[in-house]
Design a protein around this ligand. Structure first.
Ligand code: NAD
Length: 479
């Protein structure tokens, strides 16, 4: 299948005619072609977006609300088609795509369609100076949205929906590894009545297409989710042009388990936070620290549950772990596992590729648990981003806080305990943007989302996203 760019409300091939192969990771085969768009294609998208901005920026909030809600409805009407496309493109189990990824993409549109109607700004009376100040929150203009491959439509729409709701026009690029659902989204936007040019989707590599977006002087803000290295590069390119930036980057999140936790619930959720989406979620708890009094019991039970997970073809309903997204990524993850002995670490289970029946060339890896001797080994310091977790015991709160914070990332942390004082202290002292207590990845879309340190700058979600996608203007009136 050949996919096309969506520019000015119409589908078109790249001007150069140059295409890239699109792989089905479950089979290890090429199944389609995508445009490798150049500067000229991005230019076309920017011209269309600029032309559309005049009308879209003054479209009533009810008007924007209606169209965005219609996109949400159409995503749900077409959920089977979208879930299938996401699963084939990414290798994730079809059940996960259908229960999480596509419903969440629909929620993103519905949530921001409503949020913009509730978005308000501040006013101040300058008492004694006979003046009143009010704040206008105005759309920026043309903005760029660039997203990764792990939660393709979920994260693509998490940026696009608030950008559009706030009255901007968008030039967006999904990952070249998983472009399919972004392509299908174009059809739905047209059907929902989104005016031509308001959303433009340009496909291609980061180096060519992405670079053209971040360098474009008319794109005034960039919302990016992806790797820390790419984020640093984008910041360097964007800074001299004073672009607004939101960067959601990598993570190496601690999952901290105390002996007083509700054990069965903790065990069940820890399997999920370790291996959901093949461990390819920036929020996965990839470093597990367990209070030493229950360490051996946890180790035995966790390994037994890990071994019971079914690695299989993503199209099968009972698959727990599908395929990793690409051959390159599988090799990167395997290289970390291979380092384990040299780092004094012990592979407790998994660590090997798996051959799935009828798909011998797919990129499957057994869920892997590694016991590490210390927190400073590369297995505990670097983002692996696969179905690989490490285990380490601890004795005290101070000790485990030290481990949790001694890493360059600061995205999220999970705490399992029923001790209130400990929870309050640790939630305050963990250097992260999100703390989950006795749960994981429970998301309320009104809350701020993002990381500290090398996990990024800025916050998405709720009014934070609408603030990012608008400029504040103070008006001061003397009476
Ligand atoms: P990546 O940085 O390689 O690519 C992300 C996107 O950036 C892709 O669309 C890519 O084409 C584009 N890109 C690459 N180079 C570019 C350039 N020079 N200019 C502009 N765009 C460019 O990341 P990935 O491998 O797709 O995704 C995995 C990473 O994403 C992991 O590090 C993961 O932790 C992170 N992630 C973070 C969050 C979060 O919310 N913090 C969520 C999901 C994934």
């Amino acid at each position: 299948m050949k996919i096309l760019n969506y520019i000015n409300g119409a589908f078109s091939p790249p001007l150069s005619g140059e295409c890239l192969d699109n792989y089905n990771p479950a089979e290890g085969t090429v199944y389609g072609q995508i445009p490798n768009s150049s500067k000229e294609d991005v230019e076309r998208a920017v011209v269309a977006a600029k032309a559309a901005f005049k009308a879209w920026s003054i479209t009533s909030l009810e008007g924007r609300n209606r169209i965005l809600k219609k996109i949400s409805d159409l995503l749900l009407t077409n959920i089977d088609r979208f879930a299938m496309a996401e699963s084939i493109d990414n290798g994730k189990p079809i059940a996960l795509a259908k229960s999480v990824d596509i419903p969440r993409a629909a929620s993103n549109f519905r949530f921001f369609a409503n949020a913009i109607t509730q978005f308000s700004s501040e006013s101040h009376e300058s008492v004694g100076a006979n003046a009143v100040n009010y704040t206008l929150r105005q759309p920026i203009g043309v903005v760029g949205c660039i997203s990764p491959w792990n939660l393709p439509l979920y994260l693509f729409t998490w940026k696009i929906a608030p950008a559009l709701a706030a009255g901007n026009c968008v030039v967006a690029k999904p990952s070249e590894i998983t472009p399919m659902t972004a392509y299908l989204l174009g059809e739905i936007c047209t059907e929902a009545g989104l005016p031509n040019g308001v959303l433009n989707i340009v496909h291609g590599t980061g180096k060519l297409t992405g670079q053209a977006i971040i360098e474009h002087p008319e794109i005034k803000a960039i919302s990016f989710t992806g790797g820390t290295q790419t984020g640093a590069h984008i910041a360097k390119v964007a800074a001299p042009m004073f672009k607004k930036l939101s960067l959601e980057l990598g993570g190496k999140n601690p999952n901290i388990i105390f002996a007083d936790a509700d054990y069965e619930e903790m065990l069940h959720t820890t399997i999920r936070s370790s291996f959901s989406n093949q461990g390819q979620i920036c929020l996965c708890g990839s470093r597990i620290f367990v209070e030493s009094t229950i360490y051996e019991k946890f180790k035995t039970d966790f390994i037994a549950k890990t071994k019971a997970l079914k690695v299989g073809h993503p199209s099968e309903a009972n698959t727990d772990i599908g395929a990793l997204v690409s051959k390159e990524h599988l090799e990167k993850v395997m290289a970390y596992i291979d380092r384990a002995p040299a780092e004094g670490a012990k592979i407790l289970c998994g660590g090997n590729r798996i051959t799935v029946q009828d798909a011998p060339n797919g990129y499957y890896l057994a869920p892997t648990v590694i016991e590490v001797p210390s927190n400073d080994c590369s297995l505990n310091q670097e983002e692996i981003f696969g179905p690989v977790v490490t285990l380490m015991p601890f004795d005290t709160v101070d000790e485990v806080l030290g481990y949790a914070n001694d890493v360059k990332y600061g995205l999220s942390a999970t705490l399992w305990t029923n001790n209130l004082k400990r929870t309050l202290r640790m939630s305050s002292e963990l250097h992260v943007g999100i703390v989950w207590v006795n749960t994981w990845m429970m998301r309320d879309l009104r809350t701020p989302f993002g990381g500290v340190k090398s996990s990024g700058v800025g916050r998405e979600g709720g009014f934070e996203a609408l603030r990012f996608f608008t400029e504040a203007k103070n008006v001061c009136m003397k009476y």
